[in-house]
Write a protein that binds this ligand. Structure first.
Ligand SMILES: NC(=O)c1ccc[n+]([C@@H]2O[C@H](COP(=O)([O-])OP(=O)(O)OC[C@H]3O[C@@H](n4cnc5c(N)ncnc54)[C@H](O)[C@@H]3O)[C@@H](O)[C@H]2O)c1
Length: 586
């Protein structure tokens, strides 16, 4: 971070003194700066002359003595309170009286750092994001003692450097890290428990939510030692939320020197220390294992008109023969009542979809190889009854898949006499199956229950590959991968708003400009629908019983009031947020 911050200031035309603790560390920092600016020249973002001028503004020094005459110090030493307090005490003695002392801490109390000096009114937080030259956001943290002139001077400086600042008070993790680190830690827990593989977890979040990188790759960028310290502090300062208690694997990796990109190995292996190039290792999956996959040529699709249109287009576009069957759970009167919603008998060619025909009843699915039932919105008993009937109608060996995002797949599987051939195919995306089209490369969570057969999973993998999408195999746990990681983060954002720590706009800004998310949490909530977010969050809470997963009261109230976001004209914003181009889990 130190090298990145040096680059930001030197690019902005400010003379910088770059200080490290040893000559070797100083050389590493200098090399990081040189690599980054050379890359900017190669990519045409900086001319060679500008790079030379930038580097000419930086002087390098070992030890704090070189800082006597500077106007502002930004500290970016390891995330340890004792170390930072000692350093600020020394800076206070060395720096001239008017100098502002800023900390880049991610999670520690700026106030506790400030009171280690005789000038707490001139101490402030300036939290840059990684990589500092790229990320636009700076969280400016004012403590109860920071003077208004210092806050204004730092805000003005951020503007001069081309950064966007959000000024907030001193709370663990500020905005972005308070929302980010629970998610990162949970992703490590999923990986540690072998719930889902390394590449799969990263692909699910990157492709399913439009994030710039997956959580494990991001931890490698942040540095596992830094991430560990941040989580420790978040846990202690942030109300001992177990989601912030660092997962044991993190500690083991740090102890083993697997720190991420900076050491050349973390969750992934890199071409060398400091490199961003991932090289294969013994965990890298080989070609998608499709051994044992059954042939699938004909696919039955059941769901609302919108869902069967989306799914039908995706399957027909990939060359499958598709039979679509409309099904509306709300028209169903529970077990035995589906006749009202699916009708009986007869097949007709549906207009506009080449390889697709429309069935008026379940009988039309007798000879399909795979049924995809888009049953979101159905309650468990209704869906179980549907699957029991599918089990009667479909030929033995046909796979039965549910797209549910909230119901336990095993409960649905056990309604049939073929639980080994039942699994979940959860299409991650803001509108679920209805958001699909021939152009979308779907991200599909392949949900394996404890009764699913390996052939069923292999078949699902082969089908996802044939759709041109990404299949992520995970087990049958509430929220699977995407929803289990995304919705608690969204819920935390609502809690942060409810606590009046920040505003809808600033929280959205922080996640977009600090973490490169395609949309802020409130934009995502308005897009996905607050009622859906509440349903997912309730299902997570019901299964995991983790107190901090309880739906935020504000979310419940908005849903009760009918402010559901998209489609209702009002959600967290009024009118509803602008749509965004990325995709999120729904
Ligand atoms: N890594 C991130 O993504 C990230 C993002 C934002 C903020 N931060 C914060 O930035 C700070 C640094 O994190 P990092 O990831 O760059 O850590 P790091 O361990 O990669 O770098 C810390 C550097 O500080 C140097 N150092 C240690 N003691 C020193 C001293 N007394 N004087 C001068 N230099 C000293 C070390 O030699 C090392 O190069 C932390 O407070 C962290 O929370 C990190």
């Amino acid at each position: 971070m130190g090298a990145g911050i040096v680059e930001v200031f030197a690019r902005g035309g400010v003379d910088v003194v770059a200080v490290e603790i040893t000559p070797a560390a100083l050389e590493r920092g200098r090399a990081t700066l040189t690599r980054s600016t050379d890359r900017a020249v190669t990519r045409g973002r900086l001319t060679a002359a500008d790079r030379d001028a930038l580097l000419g503004r930086v002087t390098f020094a070992v030890g704090l003595a070189a800082l006597g005459e500077v106007d502002l110090v930004i500290e970016a030493v390891p995330e340890q309170l004792g170390l930072k307090r000692r350093l600020f005490g020394e800076l206070d003695r060395i720096c001239k009286p008017g100098a502002i002392l800023a900390t880049n801490t991610s999670s520690l109390s700026v106030t506790e750092i400030a009171v280690a000096t005789e000038r707490p009114s001139q101490v402030i937080g300036m939290h840059f994001f990684n990589p500092a030259p790229v990320m636009k956001l700076v969280e400016v943290i004012r403590t109860v003692t920071t003077s208004t002139e210092v806050v204004e001077a730092v805000e003005a400086l951020c503007g001069r450097l081309g950064k966007v600042d959000v000024t907030i008070t001193d709370r663990a993790g500020f905005i972005a890290n308070a929302l980010l680190f629970g998610y990162l830690n949970q992703a490590v827990a999923m990986f540690e428990s072998r719930y889902v593989g390394r590449e799969d977890i990263d692909a699910a979040m990157k492709l399913g939510c439009g994030l710039p990188m997956g959580p494990l790759a991001l931890l490698d960028l942040i540095g596992l030692d830094t991430a560990y310290e941040i989580l420790e502090t978040m846990y202690r300062r942030g109300g001992r939320d177990r989601r912030h208690a660092p997962v044991p694997l993190l500690r083991q990796m740090v102890t083993a020197g697997l720190l991420g990109r900076k050491s050349g190995q973390g969750f992934y292996r890199y071409a060398g220390p400091g490199s961003s190039t991932v090289v294969p290792d013994d965990q890298t999956p080989s070609a998608i294992p499709v051994d044992g996959a059954r042939p699938v040529a004909r696919v039955g699709v059941i769901g609302s008109d919108a869902a069967i249109a989306g799914l039908g287009e995706v399957f027909a576009g990939a060359g499958y023969d598709v039979v679509v069957l409309p099904w509306e759970p709300e028209k169903s009167a529970g077990p035995g009542g589906r006749e009202k919603s699916v009708g009986t008998g007869g097949l007709e060619k549906s207009a506009g979809t080449g390889g697709s025909e429309k069935s008026a009843g379940l009988e039309g699915l007798a000879d399909v190889d795979l049924v995809v039932a888009a049953v979101d919105g159905g309650d468990l008993e209704t869906v179980r009854a549907l699957f029991a009937e599918l089990d009667e109608v479909c030929r033995p060996g046909a796979l039965l898949a549910t797209t549910t995002g909230t119901l336990p797949v095993i409960d649905i599987a056990m309604a049939t006499r073929r639980p080994a051939d039942v699994l979940g195919l959860h299409f991650a995306g803001p509108a679920g199956p209805a958001g699909l089209s021939a152009e979308v490369r779907p991200v599909v969570e392949i949900v394996e229950t404890i009764r699913s057969s390996t052939e069923a999973v292999a078949t699902a993998r082969a089908v996802c590959a044939a759709l041109g999408g990404t299949g992520v195999v995970c087990r049958d746990r509430a929220g699977f991968v995407v929803n289990a990681l995304l919705f608690p983060y969204l819920n935390d954002a609502v809690r942060m708003l409810e606590a009046s720590y920040s505003t809808v706009d600033d929280i959205d800004h922080a996640m977009k400009l600090g973490c490169g998310y395609p949309a802020g949490p409130f934009e995502m909530l308005d897009l996905v629908g607050l009622d859906i977010a509440l349903a997912v969050q309730r299902s997570l809470y019901r299964e995991l019983r983790e107190p901090s997963l309880a739906p935020a009261p504000l979310l419940e109230k908005l849903v009760t009031a009918g402010f559901l976001g998209r489609g209702t004209g009002r959600g967290f914003r009024e009118p509803t947020a602008q749509p965004f181009s990325g995709r999120s889990g729904g």
